[in-house]
Design a protein around this ligand. Sequence first.
Ligand SMILES: N[C@@H](CCC[C@H](N)C(=O)O)C(=O)O
Length: 293
Amino acid sequence: MDVPFAKMNGLGNRIIVADMRGRGDSVSRQAAVALNADDATRFDQIMAIHDARADGTDHYIDILNSDGSHAQACGNGTRCVVQALSAETGKARFTFQTPGGILSAEEHSDGMISVDMGMPRFRWDQIPLAEEFHDTTGIELQIGPIDAPVLHTPSVANIGNPHAVFWVDADVQTFDLVRFGPLLESHPIFPEKANISIANVVARDHLVIRTWERGAGLTEACGSAACAALVCAARVDKTDRAATVTVPGGDLKLEWREDNHIIMTGPAEWEFSGVLDPQTGQWRRDDPGREAK
Ligand SMILES: N[C@@H](CCC[C@H](N)C(=O)O)C(=O)O
Protein backbone atom coordinates (compact mmCIF):
# COMPACT_ATOMS: atom_id res chain seq x y z
CA MET A 1 0.00 0.00 0.00
CA ASP A 2 1.29 3.50 -0.86
CA VAL A 3 2.56 5.84 1.87
CA PRO A 4 2.59 9.67 2.09
CA PHE A 5 5.95 11.36 1.46
CA ALA A 6 7.35 14.87 1.22
CA LYS A 7 10.29 15.99 -0.89
CA MET A 8 12.17 18.53 1.22
CA ASN A 9 15.63 19.92 1.75
CA GLY A 10 17.82 21.16 4.55
CA LEU A 11 20.01 23.91 3.06
CA GLY A 12 19.97 22.01 -0.21
CA ASN A 13 20.61 18.56 1.35
CA ARG A 14 17.97 16.65 -0.62
CA ILE A 15 15.64 14.79 1.73
CA ILE A 16 12.63 12.52 1.23
CA VAL A 17 10.49 12.18 4.37
CA ALA A 18 8.49 8.94 4.08
CA ASP A 19 5.60 8.27 6.49
CA MET A 20 5.99 4.59 7.37
CA ARG A 21 3.88 4.74 10.53
CA GLY A 22 1.72 1.66 11.03
CA ARG A 23 3.90 -0.46 8.75
CA GLY A 24 6.37 -3.19 9.58
CA ASP A 25 8.55 -2.69 6.48
CA SER A 26 10.81 0.21 5.53
CA VAL A 27 11.70 1.82 2.20
CA SER A 28 13.39 -0.83 0.05
CA ARG A 29 16.68 -0.49 -1.80
CA GLN A 30 14.70 -1.03 -5.04
CA ALA A 31 12.52 1.96 -4.17
CA ALA A 32 15.62 4.05 -3.36
CA VAL A 33 17.13 3.25 -6.77
CA ALA A 34 13.87 4.13 -8.54
CA LEU A 35 13.43 7.42 -6.67
CA ASN A 36 17.03 8.37 -7.43
CA ALA A 37 16.49 7.69 -11.13
CA ASP A 38 13.90 10.49 -11.27
CA ASP A 39 15.13 14.11 -11.25
CA ALA A 40 12.09 15.21 -9.22
CA THR A 41 12.70 12.75 -6.38
CA ARG A 42 16.50 12.36 -6.51
CA PHE A 43 17.66 12.48 -2.88
CA ASP A 44 20.67 12.40 -0.59
CA GLN A 45 18.80 10.78 2.32
CA ILE A 46 15.41 9.19 2.97
CA MET A 47 14.08 9.77 6.50
CA ALA A 48 11.51 7.02 7.16
CA ILE A 49 9.18 7.87 10.07
CA HIS A 50 8.14 4.75 11.98
CA ASP A 51 6.02 4.18 15.10
CA ALA A 52 7.94 4.71 18.35
CA ARG A 53 10.08 1.75 19.47
CA ALA A 54 11.40 3.21 22.73
CA ASP A 55 9.59 4.73 25.72
CA GLY A 56 9.65 8.52 25.82
CA THR A 57 10.13 8.90 22.06
CA ASP A 58 7.64 10.07 19.44
CA HIS A 59 8.97 8.03 16.53
CA TYR A 60 11.75 5.77 15.30
CA ILE A 61 13.52 7.28 12.29
CA ASP A 62 15.30 5.04 9.79
CA ILE A 63 17.89 6.82 7.60
CA LEU A 64 18.81 5.66 4.10
CA ASN A 65 21.60 7.20 2.00
CA SER A 66 21.15 7.53 -1.75
CA ASP A 67 23.42 4.51 -2.34
CA GLY A 68 21.05 2.37 -0.25
CA SER A 69 23.32 2.26 2.81
CA HIS A 70 21.89 3.01 6.23
CA ALA A 71 23.13 5.96 8.29
CA GLN A 72 23.02 6.55 12.02
CA ALA A 73 22.40 10.30 11.97
CA CYS A 74 21.17 13.00 9.62
CA GLY A 75 20.96 16.51 11.03
CA ASN A 76 19.43 18.18 7.99
CA GLY A 77 16.98 15.34 7.53
CA THR A 78 15.92 15.52 11.16
CA ARG A 79 14.98 19.18 10.73
CA CYS A 80 12.84 18.22 7.72
CA VAL A 81 11.07 15.52 9.78
CA VAL A 82 10.37 18.07 12.53
CA GLN A 83 8.87 20.55 10.07
CA ALA A 84 6.68 17.87 8.46
CA LEU A 85 5.40 16.53 11.81
CA SER A 86 4.92 20.03 13.23
CA ALA A 87 2.77 20.96 10.21
CA GLU A 88 0.71 17.80 10.78
CA THR A 89 0.34 17.93 14.57
CA GLY A 90 0.87 21.53 15.61
CA LYS A 91 3.50 20.26 18.07
CA ALA A 92 6.86 22.05 18.22
CA ARG A 93 8.96 19.59 20.27
CA PHE A 94 9.80 16.00 19.36
CA THR A 95 12.01 13.17 20.56
CA PHE A 96 13.22 10.64 18.02
CA GLN A 97 15.04 7.36 18.30
CA THR A 98 17.55 6.96 15.47
CA PRO A 99 20.17 4.28 14.82
CA GLY A 100 22.69 6.74 16.30
CA GLY A 101 20.74 7.37 19.51
CA ILE A 102 17.95 9.55 20.93
CA LEU A 103 17.61 13.05 19.44
CA SER A 104 15.37 15.86 20.70
CA ALA A 105 14.34 18.71 18.42
CA GLU A 106 12.28 21.87 18.50
CA GLU A 107 10.75 24.15 15.87
CA HIS A 108 10.94 27.84 16.86
CA SER A 109 8.40 30.58 16.12
CA ASP A 110 10.63 31.92 13.33
CA GLY A 111 10.57 28.54 11.57
CA MET A 112 14.14 27.67 12.46
CA ILE A 113 14.59 24.19 13.92
CA SER A 114 17.08 23.16 16.61
CA VAL A 115 18.24 19.56 16.92
CA ASP A 116 20.17 18.18 19.89
CA MET A 117 22.63 16.00 17.98
CA GLY A 118 23.83 14.35 21.15
CA MET A 119 27.41 14.11 22.38
CA PRO A 120 30.43 13.75 20.07
CA ARG A 121 32.77 10.81 20.48
CA PHE A 122 36.49 11.10 19.78
CA ARG A 123 38.15 7.80 20.78
CA TRP A 124 39.75 5.92 17.85
CA ASP A 125 37.49 2.88 18.41
CA GLN A 126 34.36 5.11 18.59
CA ILE A 127 34.90 6.77 15.19
CA PRO A 128 35.73 3.92 14.36
CA LEU A 129 39.29 3.67 13.03
CA ALA A 130 41.00 0.45 11.96
CA GLU A 131 44.03 1.11 14.14
CA GLU A 132 44.70 2.76 17.48
CA PHE A 133 45.38 6.50 17.49
CA HIS A 134 45.75 8.16 20.89
CA ASP A 135 45.42 11.65 19.37
CA THR A 136 42.37 11.90 17.11
CA THR A 137 42.74 15.67 16.70
CA GLY A 138 45.01 14.82 13.77
CA ILE A 139 45.54 11.30 12.43
CA GLU A 140 48.19 10.08 9.96
CA LEU A 141 46.25 10.21 6.70
CA GLN A 142 46.97 12.19 3.56
CA ILE A 143 46.08 12.40 -0.06
CA GLY A 144 48.32 13.54 -2.88
CA PRO A 145 52.12 13.29 -3.34
CA ILE A 146 54.00 12.10 -0.26
CA ASP A 147 56.22 15.21 -0.26
CA ALA A 148 53.39 17.66 -1.05
CA PRO A 149 50.05 16.26 0.17
CA VAL A 150 46.94 18.09 -0.96
CA LEU A 151 45.03 17.16 2.19
CA HIS A 152 46.52 15.65 5.35
CA THR A 153 46.26 15.08 9.12
CA PRO A 154 42.47 15.18 9.52
CA SER A 155 40.63 15.42 12.80
CA VAL A 156 38.05 12.67 13.33
CA ALA A 157 34.83 12.51 15.33
CA ASN A 158 31.70 10.39 15.59
CA ILE A 159 28.42 12.34 15.55
CA GLY A 160 26.33 9.19 15.45
CA ASN A 161 28.17 8.65 12.16
CA PRO A 162 31.87 8.79 11.31
CA HIS A 163 33.52 12.04 10.13
CA ALA A 164 36.97 13.14 9.03
CA VAL A 165 37.70 16.89 8.81
CA PHE A 166 40.67 18.19 6.79
CA TRP A 167 41.78 21.72 7.70
CA VAL A 168 42.71 24.20 4.95
CA ASP A 169 43.55 27.91 4.82
CA ALA A 170 41.96 28.43 1.43
CA ASP A 171 38.59 28.47 -0.34
CA VAL A 172 37.12 25.01 0.26
CA GLN A 173 35.72 25.07 -3.28
CA THR A 174 39.24 24.94 -4.73
CA PHE A 175 39.87 21.35 -3.68
CA ASP A 176 38.92 18.47 -5.98
CA LEU A 177 36.64 16.77 -3.45
CA VAL A 178 34.88 14.85 -6.23
CA ARG A 179 38.19 13.08 -6.88
CA PHE A 180 39.51 12.83 -3.31
CA GLY A 181 36.21 12.20 -1.54
CA PRO A 182 35.45 8.64 -2.65
CA LEU A 183 39.08 7.58 -2.09
CA LEU A 184 39.02 8.89 1.47
CA GLU A 185 35.42 7.77 2.18
CA SER A 186 36.44 4.15 1.61
CA HIS A 187 40.00 4.36 2.97
CA PRO A 188 40.91 1.22 4.96
CA ILE A 189 41.48 3.36 8.07
CA PHE A 190 37.68 3.79 8.18
CA PRO A 191 36.17 0.29 8.62
CA GLU A 192 32.65 1.81 8.49
CA LYS A 193 33.72 4.37 5.84
CA ALA A 194 33.49 8.08 6.69
CA ASN A 195 32.04 11.43 5.70
CA ILE A 196 34.87 13.60 4.39
CA SER A 197 34.88 17.36 4.96
CA ILE A 198 37.24 20.17 4.05
CA ALA A 199 37.04 22.98 6.62
CA ASN A 200 38.38 26.54 6.66
CA VAL A 201 38.27 28.40 10.00
CA VAL A 202 37.62 32.01 8.97
CA ALA A 203 37.02 33.32 12.51
CA ARG A 204 36.62 31.99 16.06
CA ASP A 205 32.86 31.96 15.44
CA HIS A 206 32.78 31.02 11.74
CA LEU A 207 33.84 27.97 9.73
CA VAL A 208 33.26 27.18 6.07
CA ILE A 209 33.02 23.51 5.06
CA ARG A 210 32.33 21.32 2.06
CA THR A 211 31.50 17.64 2.43
CA TRP A 212 31.71 14.43 0.45
CA GLU A 213 29.11 12.36 2.24
CA ARG A 214 29.44 8.64 2.96
CA GLY A 215 26.86 6.91 0.82
CA ALA A 216 25.67 10.08 -0.90
CA GLY A 217 28.66 11.89 -2.42
CA LEU A 218 29.02 15.66 -2.73
CA THR A 219 26.04 17.39 -1.10
CA GLU A 220 24.97 21.00 -0.61
CA ALA A 221 24.89 20.50 3.15
CA CYS A 222 25.71 17.92 5.79
CA GLY A 223 24.49 18.73 9.28
CA SER A 224 26.46 16.07 11.14
CA ALA A 225 29.58 17.19 9.26
CA ALA A 226 28.98 20.75 10.45
CA CYS A 227 28.78 19.38 13.99
CA ALA A 228 32.00 17.40 13.48
CA ALA A 229 33.85 20.44 12.15
CA LEU A 230 32.81 22.60 15.09
CA VAL A 231 33.71 20.14 17.84
CA CYS A 232 36.99 19.17 16.16
CA ALA A 233 37.92 22.85 15.87
CA ALA A 234 36.76 23.84 19.36
CA ARG A 235 38.53 20.95 21.11
CA VAL A 236 41.88 22.34 19.91
CA ASP A 237 40.83 25.97 20.43
CA LYS A 238 40.70 26.82 16.74
CA THR A 239 37.19 28.24 17.44
CA ASP A 240 34.84 29.01 20.30
CA ARG A 241 32.19 26.41 21.25
CA ALA A 242 29.48 28.36 19.39
CA ALA A 243 29.88 29.25 15.72
CA THR A 244 28.23 29.65 12.35
CA VAL A 245 29.13 26.83 9.98
CA THR A 246 28.68 27.83 6.34
CA VAL A 247 27.96 24.95 3.95
CA PRO A 248 27.45 25.43 0.19
CA GLY A 249 23.67 25.61 0.78
CA GLY A 250 23.76 28.23 3.55
CA ASP A 251 24.46 28.75 7.26
CA LEU A 252 23.93 26.54 10.30
CA LYS A 253 24.21 27.84 13.87
CA LEU A 254 25.96 25.41 16.19
CA GLU A 255 26.71 25.31 19.89
CA TRP A 256 28.71 22.65 21.71
CA ARG A 257 27.22 23.11 25.14
CA GLU A 258 29.10 22.66 28.40
CA ASP A 259 26.99 19.51 28.99
CA ASN A 260 28.73 18.10 25.88
CA HIS A 261 25.58 18.15 23.75
CA ILE A 262 25.77 19.69 20.26
CA ILE A 263 22.81 21.89 19.31
CA MET A 264 22.40 22.56 15.59
CA THR A 265 19.90 25.18 14.35
CA GLY A 266 18.84 25.78 10.78
CA PRO A 267 15.95 25.78 8.29
CA ALA A 268 14.00 23.09 6.49
CA GLU A 269 12.17 23.59 3.22
CA TRP A 270 9.12 21.73 1.88
CA GLU A 271 9.08 21.26 -1.90
CA PHE A 272 6.13 18.99 -2.71
CA SER A 273 4.11 16.09 -1.29
CA GLY A 274 2.94 12.83 -2.79
CA VAL A 275 2.39 9.16 -2.20
CA LEU A 276 4.84 6.40 -3.00
CA ASP A 277 5.09 2.63 -3.02
CA PRO A 278 7.93 1.94 -0.52
CA GLN A 279 8.77 -1.32 -2.24
CA THR A 280 8.89 -0.22 -5.90
CA GLY A 281 9.50 3.53 -5.57
CA GLN A 282 6.61 4.39 -7.90
CA TRP A 283 5.14 7.74 -6.81
CA ARG A 284 2.75 10.52 -7.72
CA ARG A 285 2.23 14.06 -6.52
CA ASP A 286 -0.91 14.47 -4.44
CA ASP A 287 -1.01 18.19 -3.87
CA PRO A 288 -0.48 20.05 -7.16
CA GLY A 289 -1.99 23.18 -5.68
CA ARG A 290 0.70 23.52 -3.02
CA GLU A 291 3.88 23.89 -5.12
CA ALA A 292 7.16 25.00 -3.56
CA LYS A 293 7.29 28.74 -2.94
N1 LIG B 1 23.42 14.63 5.32
C1 LIG B 1 23.34 14.08 6.65
C2 LIG B 1 24.29 12.92 6.90
C3 LIG B 1 23.69 11.68 6.32
C4 LIG B 1 24.41 10.45 6.68
C5 LIG B 1 25.83 10.38 6.15
N2 LIG B 1 25.85 10.42 4.70
C6 LIG B 1 26.41 9.08 6.64
O1 LIG B 1 26.17 8.05 6.00
O2 LIG B 1 27.03 9.11 7.70
C7 LIG B 1 23.40 15.14 7.72
O3 LIG B 1 22.83 16.22 7.46
O4 LIG B 1 23.90 14.87 8.83
